[in-house]
Design a protein around this ligand. Structure first.
Ligand code: NAG
Ligand code: NAG
Ligand code: NAG
Ligand code: NAG
Ligand code: NAG
Ligand code: NAG
Ligand code: NAG
Length: 626
């Protein structure tokens, strides 16, 4: 019976997938037109975040039924009010997709206390006060296209807009669409007008009237959008409107109802209380992949239970991409729950990328992904729980450093190298981690190294160009070519690995960037000691080699310093690959080549650096409940 039940559910899924792909011809129009964040900070972040999440959970539920929703949580200065609405021509499925995009982007306004986002298919706004009846404000704005329309077009647009503005306030959802076709496709006109459902009819009329007045400023452009506090108005000479539901085609109607029914079945079966909040990129491939991987999918409620509602007491720490909590599943398995929801840079697309990457890799030196939850109000990753925290808690601590003798440290050094070599050299997905550092090396119960935080990882296909747009990473570990030019290759990780080797040997963190003046930088010290033949001065006191008896160990440690210096050479091509580094460690490559100078940063570059690295600064220090 069980087998049958399982197969039946698989069958339903397949049918749903096929129907979704085949029959949903709609476009969720997830293109973002404008995000405007409030200027004021939230009153108390620790209260704001859970309130926000609850707010969105509530709005999500309404969106699934009504394609719009409002809600509020909290009291006084900690209140949150939220409104989301899809424009009238979106199907329910498309609305969910558009809302999901808005829901993922708007939190980037945090730590400010709210904001608004206009997409081409939907609108969303949050505030700390009830704004549901507002329909005009200083933020009202227009966005015009570049191309010029013809004279004929302008006249027909004016007429169509005026019709839409007249009809929308009287229609059931405050929505109107108009189109005027012309012999020349360029002169056809398409118009959409939509007010938020929370307004009364006269407010809707006033909003659209003023939107009409401002959108005229776009003339003679062939495209215009008015983004007003209580409404959205758009015209274009390209047909952006979704096809109208065809009422008289019974066959199609039946198939749509069937699709809808099955979608509901699927939603009930799989996600029950949750929403498609992160089901972003609008294309069905992602939906497919997501469903395909549902064996890793956790219900949001399970995670909430496991972490005791993200209890502060269960907090393990904070990474660049979210807060990590310890959790306990009903089967007593311990997990680490990474809550990604309020991050400036982490969009749902990245989330899928991350899930796909992490679930496709499997290596003893990589932290294992247990699952994810992306259908609830937040994006969450679930990892195996590692009890002994991260390497930085040991090596940079005079007392705990004693728990890692040289033998253990050496195993960790080899383990990290093997994990990285696997990431770099696995055929399916060349992966560059981009943020190798002591804090991202976790230790299991036997103190084996496991590389964590693929938050910055991107799948790297062979033929993509290697210039990254947004620099991410941690300053002291970042390769010069990456800082200065955004040039990304595996050698960026090799550089970070080199820094890490020097840190593990010395027990000292490498701070900042090495400049010509600065002699206190770890790489400078290591390089000087290497040249003087006094590498022993770099050794961590905790390595207990003071009695000088163990020359074999000393040789081994010096060799690691040497390899570290090879890894941090200025010219990326001179740095070894990770598999070469492994061979160097195991003495398969012997003698070692001489390292060239490690890089200095000229002061001019440093200025560029500081300007560029404002991105990671934001992403690392922001949104953390204080
Ligand atoms: C959702 O929000 C609406 C409007 O604020 C409120 O009436 C309703 O009780 C909320 N539901 C839940 C479950 O919080
Ligand atoms: C909203 O937040 C701002 C800034 O924190 C505060 O000054 C204002 O009083 C808050 N409004 C309400 C209605 O609580
Ligand atoms: C977004 O809208 C605000 C006003 O609400 C305006 O000041 C800003 O320039 C707009 N941004 C873009 C990119 O259009
Ligand atoms: C599901 O995943 C498997 C393996 O990852 C893949 O071979 C298959 O094509 C996927 N199926 C769909 C429908 O995406
Ligand atoms: C590592 O974790 C294990 C299991 O929890 C524990 O017994 C051990 O004391 C920990 N070791 C260190 C050095 O913290
Ligand atoms: C001295 O070296 C021996 C042999 O390696 C080692 O067992 C011992 O712990 C060292 N003593 C100290 C005080 O470091
Ligand atoms: C970095 O930003 C500062 C302040 O905006 C500016 O004065 C400086 O010229 C910038 N440096 C570079 C190299 O662009």
């Amino acid at each position: 019976m069980r087998g049958f039940a399982v197969r039946w559910s698989v069958l339903i899924r397949l049918i749903v997938i096929l129907l979704l792909v085949d029959t949903s011809q709609g476009d969720p129009r997830t293109h973002i037109i404008n995000v405007t964040c409030n200027q004021q900070l939230s009153n108390n972040a620790a209260i704001y975040i859970p309130n926000f999440v609850q707010l969105m959970a509530n709005v999500s539920r309404q969106i699934q039924t009504f394609k719009s929703g409002t809600s509020s949580t909290g009291t006084g200065p900690d209140s949150s009010y939220g409104l989301a609405e899809c424009y009238g021509d979106l199907s329910t499925e498309d609305c969910i997709l558009c809302y999901a995009e808005a829901r993922t982007i708007l939190p980037s306004c945090f730590p400010n206390n709210g904001g608004r986002i206009f997409l081409d298919g939907c609108f969303m706004r949050t505030q700390n006060y009830s704004f549901f009846e507002e329909y005009a404000g200083a933020e009202d704005t227009v966005v015009c296209g570049n191309r010029k329309g013809s004279r004929v077009f302008r006249d027909s647009v004016r007429q169509a807009i005026s019709d839409a503005v007249r009809d929308a306030p009287r229609s059931i959802n405050y929505f109107a669409r108009k189109q005027a076709l012309s012999d020349s496709a360029d002169d056809s006109t398409y118009v959409l007008a939509d007010c938020w459902n929370t307004l009364d009819e006269s407010s809707c009329t006033e909003c659209l009237d003023s939107a009409f007045a401002s959108i005229l400023k776009c003339f003679p452009s062939s495209e215009g959008r008015a983004l007003h506090t209580g409404c959205f108005l758009r015209y274009s000479n390209t047909n952006f409107l979704n096809p109208e539901p065809t009422g008289n085609n019974n066959g199609e109607k039946v198939s749509r109802v069937f699709t809808y029914f099955l979608t509901i079945l699927l939603v009930m079966e799989d996600v029950r209380h949750s929403t498609f909040s992160n089901l972003i990129g609008s294309n069905d491939i992602k939906l497919l992949n997501m469903l395909n991987r549902s064996s890793l999918n956790f219900k949001y409620s399970t995670i909430v239970k496991a972490t005791n509602a993200f209890d502060e007491a269960n907090k393990l720490g904070q990474g660049g991409f979210g807060t990590v909590y310890k959790g306990l599943l009903p089967n007593h398995r311990e997990i680490a729950v990474k809550r990604l929801f309020l991050n400036q840079r982490h969009r749902a697309g990245d989330f899928y990328n991350e899930v796909n990457i992490i679930s496709s890799v499997d290596h003893k030196n990589l932290v294992k992904l247990v699952g994810f939850s992306c259908l609830g109000p937040e994006s969450i990753l679930i990892y195996e729980y590692l009890p002994n925290r991260s390497l930085n808690h040991f090596i940079f601590d005079a007392v705990r450093g004693k728990e890692l003798n040289w033998g253990k440290r050496y195993d960790i050094i080899v383990g990290i190298a093997e994990g990285l070599a696997y990431l770099h050299e696995n055929n399916k997905n060349r992966i560059i981690h981009r943020d190798i550092k002591a804090a991202n090396i976790l230790l299991d119960s036997r103190l084996n190294a496991k590389i964590a935080d693929f938050g910055l990882a991107r799948s790297f296909k062979q033929d993509k160009n290697h210039i990254s747009t947004g620099i991410a990473g941690t300053l002291g570990y970042m390769a010069p070519e990456y800082i200065a030019y955004g040039k990304l290759s595996e050698k960026v990780d090799v550089y970070s690995y080199g820094v890490l080797l020097l840190e593990i040997v010395s027990g000292m963190p490498n701070r900042g960037i090495r400049t010509s003046e600065d002699t206190s930088n770890l790489i400078s010290i290591a390089w000087e000691n290497f040249k003087q033949g006094s590498m022993e001065e770099l050794f961590d006191q905790n390595l207990m080699l003071n009695n000088g008896t163990n020359s074999k160990l000393k040789k081994e440690i010096e060799r690691v310093i040497h390899i570290g210096l090879l890894c941090v050479q200025e010219v990326a091509s001179l740095r070894p690959t990770m598999s070469m580094a492994i061979q160097m460690l195991s003495k398969n490559i012997d003698p070692l080549p001489s390292p060239a100078n490690p890089p200095y940063m000229p002061d001019s570059t440093i200025n560029t650096v500081n300007n560029h690295t404002s991105v990671p600064t934001v992403s690392y220090s922001s949104f953390i409940p204080r």
